[in-house]
Design a protein around this ligand. Structure first.
Ligand code: BGC
Length: 720
């Protein structure tokens, strides 16, 4: 349609039709059997059949045949035959589920992220989905919050790059292409800052922290052209995000120029009443409309109160018109007016879903997302000639997909099946009963360690440990992040039995593994890696893939340290040397996390030398410094190294973090190969939010390059 035709269509729509367009309801309202109480409680919605005929979109319905049918029936009823938009939570793949977003971020591989998202787009498009509620660009610092699994971690730069790659992967050049979908970034904003890591809780962050840390990845999504933004459940500056004009009108639209659609989160308009912000549904609808929320998801205050608000002059019709215009424009960009079924194709669906090429991508992504945390005495890669046993609840569990995998299939590779495929002989298995979710009352108290006698003959035991996937994700906050009782006991006992222990941790969050670390010779952080989990893990354990993942989120020593993150500010009493009184430290624990952001081992060793900084540039692109460093693979094994550049502004008009990641690059190095890696430090990289504007202040800076946030070469320079 031309823009003129879109405007004509808008002008011919009734107010009820417009309000329907601005309302999103679950598929069961359209007469299908699907239910979406997956993500929120269903409330009485007070909908009449004529309202349903005017609805503009639905969520989490899948299947080409079904969606084609739904579309046909809906368009026949809709007064102007406007097609529905099918939206869904395709968070880390549809059928070919790949690693959870936190794990993908650990790959530090934006190309891989884009490739995986493009695969998710192909599988979604062919099933009839037009838009995914992804990426989640929420910066996180608190592993008690279950949703860290959906995030790109604690760093704004890594978060921004991963977010951008994901949006590009979904939307491609043209989101109307049959194999592409639109992307909705979420949850705007600052949802990851929920107090005490309790989901849906208050967020209270300073403007500076918001601008420099929390907003960066959302902005990257806007810059990448994401079609939609979703509000968050939390308050920000004591105003619920869904009714927050500063966030949506000022920052998102005015400052960043976002011209896409804004949708609320599930029931979030209604929730403004419980927040104590809106007195009733009428006020809730008014605040959300004023803030610029174009679509109300899963509550019906726009439909029920919108007419009254307009008639009483409490809402200007232009607010409704601008929202509907944006929605129609998005439908048009997706090509739905020409082809309301878009890529939906029942025959192709069978060929595309879980095809060989997709499984290969998922396997590669799984192997690249793994972070090797410990490898004492070079226990890994595995010596297959040893007697190897398997233990723990993830030894042969298929619960490896992670949350948001509700379109799952039963074909996931387990740790056992992956090892077997690699020709590893498993001598015995013990304590392998899978975990059950905590919400089902799972306590793990009766001691089962006697079973470990079965492993008496083994030299090496691979222990699959962790948390149940249902204990991560939305509404899965926890206060204790340790492994369950039997898992900790098991690792200790295996160690006492004289076994070499390799712990493979399946989790959606950094867990508190300090108590078991001494019992493990090797520790592999596997997260939830998707359908190819077992194969990807076995690729790493057996040495077919040299691990290259790095932590996107610090692993705390203990939950009492949380939030603990690498890019914190200094204090006036920093701890230098051993802990002592009257400096900023704990009496019972180091300040540093157990494993920091950027950390991850490899089967290779790398040496960094010759950090050089050239100040003579001052080019037009704003480059202030050319930085180079030599990286050498000193081992006999080829490997992939992520070279990280950090800076520290020594003194400024507002205090600056002790270090901030400003760039990173991945290089492949053959055995004993040495390469020079170059970075450009620009003015933009050194600028910051001074509580009023972004500024650059000349002065002294520390430039740091290295393997991890805690292993860096450092040079100090003065920039005038
Ligand atoms: C979640 C969103 C999700 C939505 C729709 C909500 O509960 O917070 O992330 O996209 O449900 O399923």
């Amino acid at each position: 349609m031309t823009d003129k035709q879109i405007h004509e269509l808008l002008a011919s729509m009734s107010l009820e039709e417009k309000l329907g367009e601005m309302t999103q309801m679950a598929p069961n309202f359209f007469g299908t059997e699907d239910s979406v109480d997956l993500t929120g409680p269903m409330k009485a919605m007070n909908l009449r059949p004529e309202d349903v005929s005017c609805l503009g979109s639905t969520l989490n319905a899948f299947g080409a045949e079904k969606l084609i049918q739904m579309q046909k029936e809906h368009m026949a009823r809709q007064p102007h035959h406007i097609p529905l938009m099918f939206m869904a939570d395709v968070i880390h793949g549809l059928k070919t589920v790949y690693p959870i977003p936190l794990a993908m971020a650990c790959s530090f591989d934006t190309g891989l992220m884009e490739e995986a998202a493009a695969m998710a787009a192909r599988e979604s498009a062919v099933t009839g989905v037009h838009l995914t509620f992804s990426p989640m660009a929420d910066l996180v610092r608190d592993p008690r919050w279950g949703r860290v699994m959906e995030s790109p971690g604690e760093d704004p730069l890594l978060g921004a790059r991963m977010t951008q790659a994901t949006v590009k992967g979904y939307q491609g050049e043209e989101m109307s292409a049959p194999d592409r979908i639109a992307s909705c970034f979420k949850h705007f904003g600052g949802y990851g800052g929920s107090e005490a890591g309790r989901d849906y809780n208050t967020v209270d962050i300073s403007d500076g922290t918001l601008r420099e840390f929390y907003l960066t990845a959302y902005k990257a999504a806007v810059d990448a052209g994401a079609a939609m933004a979703m509000t968050s459940f939390n308050t920000i500056d004591r105003i619920p995000a869904t009714g927050n004009k500063k966030m949506f009108r000022k920052i998102l639209r005015e400052e960043w120029g976002f011209d896409g659609v804004a949708i609320t989160d599930f029931g979030a308009v209604h929730e403004m009443i419980a927040h104590g912000y809106a007195a009733d549904g009428t006020e809730a609808a008014k605040y959300a409309l004023e803030a610029g929320a174009d679509i109300e998801m899963m509550s019906t205050h726009y439909l029920n109160e919108g007419r009254k608000l307009v008639q009483q002059g409490k809402i200007d019709i232009s607010l409704i018109d601008e929202a509907v215009l944006r929605i129609l424009q998005l439908k048009n960009k997706l090509g739905l007016f020409e082809n309301p079924f878009k890529g939906a194709d029942p025959e192709k669906e069978k060929q595309v879903h879980l095809c060989k090429e997709h499984l290969e991508i998922a396997r590669r992504a799984a192997a690249r997302s793994i972070v090797l945390l410990k490898n004492e005495g070079g226990l890994l890669p595995l010596d297959k000639s040893q007697k190897i046993g398997l233990a723990g609840p993830f030894a042969n569990s298929a619960d490896v997909l992670g949350g948001w995998a509700f379109a799952e299939s039963a074909e996931q590779a387990t740790l056992y099946s992956g090892l077997k495929q690699h020709g590893v002989q498993i001598t015995a298995m013990a304590m392998a009963e899978p975990l059950r979710p905590m919400q089902q009352g799972f306590m793990d108290v009766s001691d089962q360690t006697a079973e470990l006698e079965r492993l008496a003959d083994c030299d090496i035991v691979i222990a699959g440990v962790g948390e149940h996937p249902d204990d991560t994700g939305e509404s899965a906050s926890k206060t204790v992040l340790r492994l369950s009782h039997n898992q900790e006991k098991m690792l200790e006992r295996l160690h006492d039995m004289g076994k070499k222990v390799i712990a493979v941790i399946f989790s959606g969050r950094p867990m508190e593994i300090r108590p078991v670390l001494p019992f493990c010779d090797a520790v592999v952080q596997a997260w939830f890696l998707g359908i190819e989990a077992g194969n990807g893990i076995a690729d790493v354990l057996c040495g077919d893939v040299n691990p290259s993942g790095r932590l996107a989120m610090s692993i705390p020593q203990t939950v009492g340290q949380v939030p603990v993150y690498y890019n914190h500010m200094n204090t006036g009493r920093p701890l230098i040397g051993e802990p002592h009184r009257y400096v900023s430290c704990y009496l019972d624990c180091p300040n540093e996390p157990l494993f920091p952001f950027g950390y991850g081992l490899s089967y290779s060793d790398y040496r960094y030398t010759d950090l050089c900084i050239d100040k003579t540039v001052g080019a037009e692109d704003g480059t202030l410094l050319n930085v180079s460093v030599d990286v050498e693979n000193t081992s006999d094994i080829a490997g992939r190294e992520t070279v990280q550049l950090y800076i520290h502004d020594v003194a400024a008009s507002v205090v600056r973090p002790v270090k901030e990641l400003k760039d990173f690059v991945q290089i492949d190095l053959q055995p004993h190969q040495r390469r020079t890696v170059c970075f450009q430090v620009t003015r933009a990289m050194l600028s910051f939010w001074n509580n009023e504007a972004r500024v650059f202040e000349p002065g002294d800076f520390e430039i740091m390059v290295g393997h991890s946030s805690d292993e860096l070469l450092c040079e100090r320079v003065t920039i005038s």
